[in-house]
Design a protein around this ligand. Structure first.
Ligand code: ZN
Length: 136
C-alpha cells in the first residue's frame, strides 16, 4: 500500500459535490503573460493558467531526497512533456499520481503532472520559469 492511499483512507468522506483538494481558478485578465522555460525560453504556460489547489497557487514541498521545490499550480502547460510513468509514491497531493514533466524543447525538468480520477494539473517549479513580459 502506498503512502497516498493510506492518507486518503484516513480522511473522512467529503460531502457530496465537494472537490478534494479544493481547486479554483485565479482571477486574471485575458490570456495572461507567457511563462517560458528559463533554460531555452520556449513558452511553457501563461499566468492566466494559474489555479489554486488545496487553497493556494504556490506550494513548497520537500522530496524524499531532501530537495526543496517551490511550485505553482497551472491548469495547462503546453510546453511540457511527461517523461516518467505515473507514480503515487510520496505524492504531495493526496489522491493524485504524479509524472515528471520536462521542457518539450530542451528537456529541462520543469515540474510534475498531477492526476486524480477526474482532475489533472501541472505543478511547475517557479524558479525554472521566466516571465517573458515582466511588468505588463
Ligand atoms: Zn527548455
Amino acid at each position: 500500500m502506498t503512502f497516498a492511499v493510506q492518507l486518503l483512507k484516513d480522511v473522512p468522506e467529503a460531502p457530496a459535490g465537494a472537490a478534494r483538494p479544493h481547486v479554483k481558478p485565479r482571477a486574471e485578465e485575458g490570456r495572461g503573460r507567457v511563462l517560458a522555460c528559463a533554460v531555452c525560453l520556449q513558452a511553457v504556460t501563461t499566468s492566466a493558467a494559474r489555479i489554486e489547489v488545496s487553497g493556494a497557487h504556490e506550494h513548497r514541498f520537500t522530496n524524499p531526497h531532501g530537495l526543496q521545490f517551490h511550485i505553482g499550480c497551472f491548469s495547462t502547460a503546453a510546453g511540457c512533456t511527461a517523461s516518467s510513468e505515473p507514480s503515487t509514491f510520496f505524492t504531495w497531493f493526496p489522491g493524485y499520481s504524479w509524472q515528471v514533466e520536462v521542457c518539450s524543447r530542451c528537456a529541462a525538468h520543469l515540474g510534475w503532472l498531477f492526476r486524480s480520477t477526474d482532475h489533472r494539473f501541472h505543478g511547475l517549479i517557479l524558479d525554472r520559469l521566466v516571465d517573458l513580459e515582466p511588468g505588463r
